[in-house]
Design a protein around this ligand. Structure first.
Ligand SMILES: [Zn+2]
Length: 327
């Protein structure tokens, strides 16, 4: 070993690097995600086939809330603290409510901090029509990815779960004798702004059951490659210091600072915050507007589509993809 290189330090660094590569599959990085299915035409849907798979904790899929906006040339995709417990304080939800009570300009800005909903689960990709144009090492069929889906797709899955008479029940998560989810994406007619949104209404489960692999060993291998959903959601969290930085950058800090500091100090006093066991009476602030009564302004001043819900996810996804690809 050279005198210029400290052996001990090098070993430490090597081990750190080793650890990084070992952790990689579980950190919820962008590369794990399945590229959002693209839509076909108004008449002809694009069809994708996947099998939903439970993770190692037998979590089937999870709902989460997020805030998405671009600031200072950066795209922020932030897990809303209300994902874990609706009583949790979220500075963006709070900013959204605050601005919503203001004038028209403020209401427009409020939309920026809107809370969005999504679901995430593991899927084994049976068929992806985009594979045709891909090099063999880029094809995704036969691999496990995280699929982030909108409420319209979730309602199809949920229906299959809860309908005890007609639904396929646990068989929609069974790798061996299970039903594929056929995601069919049509294009809606252009809206008033000329924007075309995807339509998932034809999405359904295959009637026939099938196995995702030919042998038990192969299935086992596939099942071992699923991602831990809790860890994935955790990887999307930001610290309070991060939040403060972002809010300052957004020039909204002065408006939220007082409540933010109060909530954060209460949170750090109450170590159970993460598990959501916060006493809502002590945390609830008198000045906090009641978000349950909030409605969004969809008047002409708003440059957003009236058609809210799942469709917005696709704008988000595209912008996010662009951002991440440029990194
Ligand atoms: Zn929030």
């Amino acid at each position: 070993m050279s005198k210029w290189v400290n052996n001990e330090k090098f070993e430490d660094f090597k081990n750190q690097k080793k650890g990084e590569s070992d952790e990689k599959p579980n950190t919820g990085g962008f590369y794990l995600k399945w590229e959002n299915p693209k839509m076909g035409t108004q008449e002809q849907p694009k069809t994708y086939k996947v099998r939903l798979l439970p993770d190692k904790n037998q979590d089937f899929y999870k709902r989460y809330y997020y805030h998405f906006f671009q600031s200072d040339d950066k795209t922020y995709y932030i897990k809303c603290p209300k994902t874990d417990n609706f009583e949790n304080f979220c500075p963006y939800c709070y900013a959204n409510q605050l601005l919503f009570k203001g004038n028209k300009e403020d209401q427009k800005r409020a939309y920026r901090y809107k809370r969005n909903e999504r679901f995430v689960g593991n899927v084994f990709i049976v068929e992806d029509p985009r594979d045709v144009d891909k090099e063999s090492d880029k094809k995704v069929s036969g691999t496990v990815k995280l699929y982030e889906f909108p409420a319209t797709v979730e309602s199809k899955i949920k229906n299959e779960l809860v309908n005890e008479e007609e639904g396929f029940g646990p068989a929609i998560f069974d790798p061996e004798k299970g039903h594929d989810l056929q995601i069919k994406v049509l294009a809606k007619k252009p809206d008033a702004n000329g924007k075309i949104w995807p339509d998932y209404s034809l999405t359904q489960f295959s009637r026939k059951t099938s196995s995702i692999a030919d042998s038990d060993e192969e299935i086992k291998k596939i099942m071992e490659s699923v991602y831990d959903l809790s860890e994935y959601l955790k990887s999307m969290e930001k610290t309070w210091e991060d939040h403060e930085k972002i809010l300052k950058q957004e020039l909204i800090w002065d408006d939220v600072e007082e409540v933010f500091r109060k909530k954060v100090s209460q949170t750090s006093q109450n170590k159970e915050f993460d598990t959501g066991n916060v006493d809502s009476k002590t945390v609830n602030d008198q000045n906090e507007p009641n978000e349950e009564t909030q409605t969004y302004d969809t008047s002409k001043e708003n440059d957003v589509s009236k058609d809210t819900g799942e469709t917005e996810d696709d704008i988000d996804e595209d912008a996010l993809t662009k951002e991440l690809e440029s990194m």
